[in-house]
Write a protein that binds this ligand. Structure first.
Ligand code: IPM
Ligand code: MN
Length: 363
């Protein structure tokens, strides 16, 4: 089969890890007889430097016409001035909104060979296999008003946590559907003891649960969930939550897997269902890590696992997806590690070497 894939390398370590993702994608193409037509487009800081905008119209248009989008990372100190008119992150947010990618899937799986490379006790993280479903195009990231202004009493600023019934319902549905395809446990995370938008969220979760009698629904406040995630992480199956809560919980959850450099993500425009293809953008959850850039040290596994998610959800190439995941496990079992997951007795490798090894193991 033939597919059109847009690659958005971005900033910092983005281009370095994206190159390894592409390497592994091409290994899948060679192994399974698919052809991936790649188109590289600018986004983030590089786009600001070149065009003065974080998301050039042409980039958005190419993404819209593609079968899937693979992104590296955006941002860096060069564009971090809080008074700046354009910021690299606007490119990412604009793309999420422009491509209607409302459902962000962030799986967290503790691989047995990495159980000692985290800051948590092995007994606590053993068997962790959870999925965080984060709403991605609404909530406080996008709600209006959103501004800063001058008053006689000093400056003020506001962000608005706004959610419509439709937005909440469609993301809850993703949570219920995924739970149904897994261990049938769904935790809906909110702050219903304080926030009105969370009270609507909770009501809708209760209403929707009537259509999913096979899924056990539990409500959890965001603060309690943050605690539970490091106290008893293996209890979780699927977590569904709003944009900002999901942003925070997924960074926290990444520590269960040893490193942010291990976690992939999928941002989808529809409900993922087995046997169906959903348009999406795929990216590691780690940022552009500017201090690590240009040194060939970044861990490309999050990006490579994002390729696996792309094969699974947007291209319908489940065999290819499984092959990539197996290849990653294989290389880790052989003892190869990037600096972020390095342990005594293992072999430290750089970004490119890790990518080469995984690509070689795709079979
Ligand atoms: C993420 C990132 C982004 C977010 C930033 C870069 C805008 O932290 O994907 O989690 O906050 O969504
Ligand atoms: Mn984040």
């Amino acid at each position: 089969m033939r597919f059109n894939i847009v690659i958005l390398p971005g900033d910092g370590v983005g281009p370095e890890v994206a190159a390894e993702g592409v390497k592994v994608l091409e290994a899948v193409g060679a192994r399974f007889g698919h052809f991936f037509e790649l188109e590289y487009c600018p986004i983030g800081g590089v786009a600001i430097d070149q065009f003065g905008v974080a998301l050039p119209k042409k980039t958005l248009r190419k993404c819209e016409k593609s079968d899937a989008v693979l992104m590296g990372a955006v941002g860096g100190p060069k564009w971090d001035d809080p008074t700046a008119k354009v910021r690299p992150e606007d490119g990412l947010l604009g793309l999420r909104k422009g491509l209607k990618l409302f459902a962000n899937l962030r799986p967290v799986k503790v691989l047995p060979m990495l159980i000692d490379s985290t800051t948590l006790k092995p007994a606590i993280i053993r068997g962790v296999d959870l999925m965080i479903v984060r709403e991605l195009t609404g909530g406080i990231y996008f709600g209006r008003p959103k501004k800063q202004w001058q008053t006689a009493a000093g400056r003020k600023a506001v962000d608005s946590m706004l959610y419509s019934e439709r937005e909440i319902e469609r993301i809850l549905r993703v949570g219920f559907e995924l739970a149904r395809s897994r261990r049938k446990k769904l935790v809906s995370v909110d702050k219903a003891n304080v926030l009105e938008s969370s009270r609507l969220w909770r009501q809708l979760a209760i209403e929707l649960s009537k259509g999913y009698p096979d899924v056990e629904l539990q409500h959890m406040l965001i603060d309690a969930c943050a605690m539970r995630l490091i106290q008893r992480p293996a209890d979780f199956d699927v977590i569904v939550t709003g944009n900002m809560f999901g942003d925070i919980l997924t960074d926290e959850a990444s520590m269960l897997a040893g490193s942010m450099g291990m976690l992939p993500s999928a941002s989808l425009a529809g409900v993922p269902r087995a046997g169906e293809r959903t348009f999406g953008m795929y990216e590691p959850i780690h940022g552009s890590a500017p201090r690590r850039a240009g040194q060939n040290i970044a861990n490309p596994i999050a990006q490579i696992m994002s390729v696996a998610m792309m094969l699974r959800y947007s291209l319908g190439l489940v065999k290819g997806a499984n092959a990539v995941e197996k290849a990653v496990s294989h290389v880790l079992e052989e003892g190869y590690r990037t600096y972020d997951i390095m342990e005594e007795g293992k072999t430290q490798v750089g970004t490119r070497e890790m990518g080469d090894r995984v690509a070689d193991r795709v079979s």
